[in-house]
Design a protein around this ligand. Structure first.
Ligand SMILES: [Zn+2]
Length: 332
């Protein structure tokens, strides 16, 4: 941990700090009383960070803007963006509906909240590219990695990490981005968006069998993107050792060729032991070890630049434990 005494102001740009992108309006996405994707998933993490004596001095909390329609259109089809607008317009205050394309609840403010979450990812890119901090962590909801170009599903409306990656490429001329997805579920949306693209390398280790069913090791990308998608199956009941081994033995060698200029992380926490939506057994220590390995990769190839985005994770206090472990490791 760096020396905190020299850096007492929370809001001062600081090379050693981590930028946290959070907005209380994320709580306005209302999924109804019995849905696992609740606001407390994120607010528990925020509360932990704000009360951590060891981490708090190193975190900066800038404000940020929502993604615009043009930002979404770098990733999503015009027809899907119009569908989101049209279906959102039909939701009355206090009402919950299922999006017509998949299992995602929308309420009165959901599309605006999703666009704010995509904007958080973009602001994370801005923070690391402007050297305000080497690492940004976007604590967002709803999650994003199941959303494809033309379909919201799996609690997701817009694919934040994809929107942020395209923004980094177009706004900062970043040519090679690594996306590491540690959610218990395969990020089918992110894979589909980038599978034919050799400028974005997508790595996912996820429970199999489990929703959404995609992500076999045989899925390695298509066309020019062949070899730029890497999937690892993790059997139910496994702890983090399969993920850590895959990072060391598969991802690290692949990155010697790819040499990412920016690393982005779909930081789903639902592989945690005890999570309601998966059957893996990752520990807090394991999450910290993942963070340490990705930090080493970022320092080797990407000038330390990393943008982390929350995806799943459905036990609020466990989410706080895992993020505390990861941010602690990133600050070491
Ligand atoms: Zn998940």
């Amino acid at each position: 941990m760096p020396d905190a005494a020299a850096h007492e102001a929370d809001d001062r740009p600081d090379q050693a700090a981590i930028t946290i992108l959070y907005d209380a309006r994320f709580e306005l996405h209302d999924t109804g009383p019995d849905h696992p994707e609740q606001a407390q998933r994120v607010s528990a993490i925020v509360e932990r960070l704000q009360h951590s004596a060891s981490l708090k001095p190193w975190l900066r909390w800038p404000t940020f803007s929502a993604a615009t329609r043009a930002d979404l259109l770098r990733v999503h089809s015009p027809a899907y963006v119009e569908l989101l607008d049209a279906e959102q317009a039909g939701v009355k205050p206090g009402e919950h509906r299922l999006l017509s394309t998949g299992d995602t609840v929308i309420s009165a403010h959901s599309v605006a909240v999703a666009m704010l979450a995509s904007g958080a990812g973009m602001a994370g890119v801005d923070a690391v590219m402007h050297q305000q901090s080497p690492v940004a962590f976007a604590l967002v909801r709803p999650p994003g990695h199941h959303a494809t170009r033309e379909r919201g599903m799996g609690f997701c409306l817009t694919n934040h990490i994809a929107v942020a990656a395209r923004y980094a490429q177009q706004h900062y001329a970043i040519q090679r981005i690594l996306i590491v997805d540690i959610d218990v579920h395969h990020g089918n949306g992110t894979q589909a968006i980038f599978e034919a693209d050799n400028s974005v390398f997508y790595f996912s280790a996820h429970q199999h069998p489990l929703y959404p069913g995609s992500g076999r090791a045989s899925e390695k990308g298509v066309g020019a993107g062949t070899g730029y998608t890497m999937n690892v199956d993790v059997p139910p009941s496994s702890d983090e050792h399969i993920l850590l081994r895959a990072l060391d033995q598969q991802l690290v060698p692949a990155m010697r060729q790819f040499r990412p200029q920016l690393i982005m992380v779909s930081a789903g926490l639902d592989a945690h032991a005890g999570d309601r939506l998966g059957a893996l057994q990752y520990s807090d220590r394991g999450y910290g070890e993942v963070a340490t390995r990705l930090k080493q990769l970022a320092e080797t190839y990407a000038q330390g630049r990393m943008v982390w985005l929350l995806e799943g994770g459905y036990v609020p206090l466990q989410n706080a434990d895992a993020v505390e472990a990861m941010i602690g490791a990133l600050l070491r």
